[in-house]
Design a protein around this ligand. Structure first.
Ligand SMILES: Nc1ncnc2c1ncn2[C@@H]1O[C@H](COP(=O)(O)OP(=O)(O)O)[C@@H](O)[C@H]1O
Ligand SMILES: Cc1cn([C@H]2C[C@H](O)[C@@H](COP(=O)(O)O)O2)c(=O)[nH]c1=O
Length: 216
């Protein structure tokens, strides 16, 4: 039976790598798939992983209709066994509904990949709908780590290494950027709540405030 699966995790936990690996394994067995992406860091119509893998993808825009796209392909004689949908957090709720219909009405497997929450710990609309509709939600096995060594569960947005909590939900970016750029850092919940990034933790450790008092 076809399935709608949501592979979820923080940024930088290997989602796009897994998406490309799954595409490779399925196509190696003669299955026909289509890759979709939205706002990939490497540019439009691309899926890219930090391990260097990259592939062409169909860019999902706001008005894009999955069911319509797949039905058109099938009616012109194409074969579609599965869809790989990366950066699915950026899809609209309506597009996730369309993906569920592709599974149920067309019997096509849909594998989606994305982060669940934004820099303010709020669900992205696409991720919320996937959590509501998916047959399975899979948390990736490779754990991204907070600077303290604990499992990273949340995504922080940083400016100059300092965590920010204001701004638009969508700002395409990466982890490990230069200090003057807007970037992201994955943190454990404890440090996300305290807004303690690796840079601010390092600065606090070096600050004279935290040195012991000299006894009189
Ligand atoms: N130089 C490297 N050597 C080994 N693994 C790496 C290297 N750079 C990145 N990775 C792996 O790639 C993962 C990020 O993969 P990616 O698919 O780009 O993540 P996501 O799509 O979840 O943001 C990292 O968690 C790490 O495991
Ligand atoms: C937390 C958060 C992230 N983003 C952006 C930043 C990246 O471009 C993508 C996530 O990509 P990845 O392959 O999972 O690393 O999402 C955003 O726009 N808003 C946010 O709050």
């Amino acid at each position: 039976m076809a399935e709608l699966v949501f592979f979820s995790g923080t940024m930088d936990c290997g989602k796009s790598t897994l998406a490309l690996q799954m595409n490779h394994n399925h196509s190696a067995r003669g299955r026909q798939g289509i890759i979709f992406a939205r706002h990939d860091r490497a540019g439009a119509s691309t899926i890219s992983s930090r391990l260097g893998l990259k592939a062409e993808a169909v860019e999902v825009t706001d008005g894009f209709e999955f069911q319509h796209y797949v039905v058109q392909l099938l009616s012109s004689g194409g074969k579609v066994d599965y869809l790989i949908c990366d950066e699915a957090n950026f899809y609209t709720a309506a597009q996730v509904d369309q993906l569920a219909r592709v599974v149920d009405e067309l019997g096509i497997d849909v594998f989606t990949f994305g982060i669940t929450t934004d820099f303010r710990t709020r669900l992205f609309p696409g991720s919320q709908r996937l959590l509501e509709l998916a047959d399975r939600v899979e948390v990736l096995q490779v754990q991204a780590l907070c600077w303290c060594g604990a499992r990273a569960t949340h995504n922080a947005r940083t400016v100059g290494g300092v965590m920010v909590v204001e701004g638009p939900q969508v700002v395409v970016g990466d982890v490990a950027v230069s200090p003057d750029e807007v970037g992201y850092e994955v943190l454990c919940r404890r440090h996300h709540r305290r807004r303690l990034t690796s840079a601010t933790a390092r600065a606090a450790a070096l600050s004279p405030d935290v040195l012991p008092f000299e006894q009189a």
